[in-house]
Design a protein around this ligand. Structure first.
Ligand code: CP
Length: 313
C-alpha cells in the first residue's frame, strides 16, 4: 500500500506516536537506519519560498542514505507547462518519493493519485503536517507525554498552521485552542474533523476569539507569521487585525509558569511575537527547527515502508 502524508490526519494516532518515537531515535542516532540506501532518489519540489524545509529534507535524505533531487518549481511550472498528472507519472518512474511545497491541497492530492509513489506535504495553503510533527516532538522532549497537554495557537486560525495544530494536536490527545478573530476562524470542516478525532483520543479542540482565555494555563504558546505566503498585499491590514493576538510577555503571563514557546519560523519580531519572547528562556524555536530533520526522516521511513512495521501493528 502506498502511504503518503498529505495532511496531518493521514496518520492514525498510533502511527503518529510511532513516527514521533522513530524521530526521537533519529535524533539520538542520526545514522542508525538507512531506508534510502542505494542511494534511492527523492524529488523535492518547491513552488513557494523555503529555508528550513529544503535544508532539513536535503540533510535528512542524505542521512537516510538517499539522494535529494531538487525540482525547481519555477522552471517546472507544474499544472501550467504540464499537467500535474503527467508530472506525477514521470516523477513516479524516477524517484522513491516526492516532497512538494505548493498552493492548493488538491494539487498535492492529484500528484499522489498519479505518481504511484508516496507524496509528502512540505506545506500547502491548508496544512503543514511536517512542521506539526516537529512541534509535537519538541513538546514531547519538554514534557514527555503529549496527551492532556494544553496548547494555544494565536493569530490566523484559518492558515495551514492553525489547521494542522487542530488535526495533529487532536490526534495526540492534546487540548488545542485556536485564538483568532471570527473572520479568521479555522475552516468549520477542519474544526469538526479535529473534534471527531479528539473524541477518540481524549483531546479537545476549540476556537476562541479571546487570546487571554485561550492562553489561560497552557503548557505551550505558539504563533505564526500574520502574513502567510501569498498574502503579502494584505500585510498592513493583517497587522491591524491581529495586533491583539501578539505573543508578547503580557500575553505569555497567562500561560502556565512552565509553558514553552514555539514558532515555526520565519518570525517577525515586534509583529506576531516579541523579541523578548522569541529570544527568551521559554523559547524552544531552535530545537523545533532542528526537529524538522528528525521527524521528516521518520516520515520518509514510514512512507517508503508502506506504513507501520509488522511488529508495531
Ligand atoms: N517553517 C518552515 O516551513 O520554514 P521554511 O518556510 O523556511 O521552509
Amino acid at each position: 500500500m502506498i502511504r503518503s502524508l498529505l495532511r496531518d490526519d493521514d496518520l492514525t494516532a498510533a502511527e503518529q506516536a510511532h513516527v514521533l518515537a522513530r524521530a526521537a531515535a533519529f535524533q539520538r542516532d542520526p545514522h542508525h537506519a538507512r531506508p534510502l540506501a542505494g542511494p534511492k532518489a527523492v524529488a523535492m519540489i518547491f513552488d513557494k519560498q523555503t529555508l528550513r524545509t529544503q535544508v532539513s529534507f536535503s540533510a535528512g535524505i542524505a542521512e537516510l542514505g538517499g539522494a535529494a533531487v531538487m525540482v525547481d518549481g519555477a522552471l517546472a511550472r507544474i499544472g501550467e507547462r504540464e499537467s500535474i498528472a503527467d508530472v506525477g507519472r514521470v516523477l513516479g518512474r524516477q524517484v522513491e518519493a516526492i516532497v512538494w511545497r505548493t498552493y492548493e491541497q488538491r494539487r498535492l492530492e492529484e500528484m499522489a493519485h498519479w505518481s504511484g509513489v508516496p507524496v509528502v506535504n512540505a506545506l500547502t495553503d491548508e496544512f503543514h503536517p511536517c512542521q506539526l510533527l516537529a512541534d509535537l516532538l519538541t513538546v514531547r522532549e519538554e514534557f514527555g507525554e503529549l496527551a492532556g497537554r494544553k496548547v494555544a495557537f494565536l493569530g490566523d486560525g484559518a492558515c495551514n498552521m492553525g489547521h494542522s495544530w487542530l488535526l495533529a494536536g487532536a490526534l495526540a490527545g492534546m487540548d488545542v485552542r485556536i485564538a483568532a478573530p471570527a473572520a479568521f476562524a479555522p475552516a468549520p470542516e477542519i474544526l469538526e474533523r479535529a473534534a471527531a478525532i479528539a473524541a477518540g483520543t481524549g483531546g479537545a479542540v476549540a476556537h476562541l476569539e479571546d487570546p487571554v482565555a485561550a492562553l489561560e494555563g497552557v503548557d505551550v504558546a505558539t504563533t505564526d507569521t500574520w502574513v502567510s505566503m501569498g498574502k503579502e498585499d494584505e500585510a498592513a491590514e493583517r497587522a491591524r487585525i491581529f495586533g491583539p493576538y501578539a505573543l508578547d510577555e503580557a500575553a505569555l503571563a497567562h500561560a502556565a509558569d512552565h509553558a514553552i514557546v514555539l514558532h515555526c519560523l520565519p518570525a517577525y519580531r515586534g509583529k506576531e511575537i516579541s523579541a523578548a519572547v522569541l529570544d527568551g528562556p521559554r523559547s524552544r524555536v531552535w530545537d523545533q527547527a532542528e526537529n524538522r530533520r528528525h521527524v521528516q526522516k521518520a516520515v520518509l521511513e514510514f512512507c517508503v515502508a508502506g506504513g507501520l512495521p509488522v511488529e508495531a501493528v
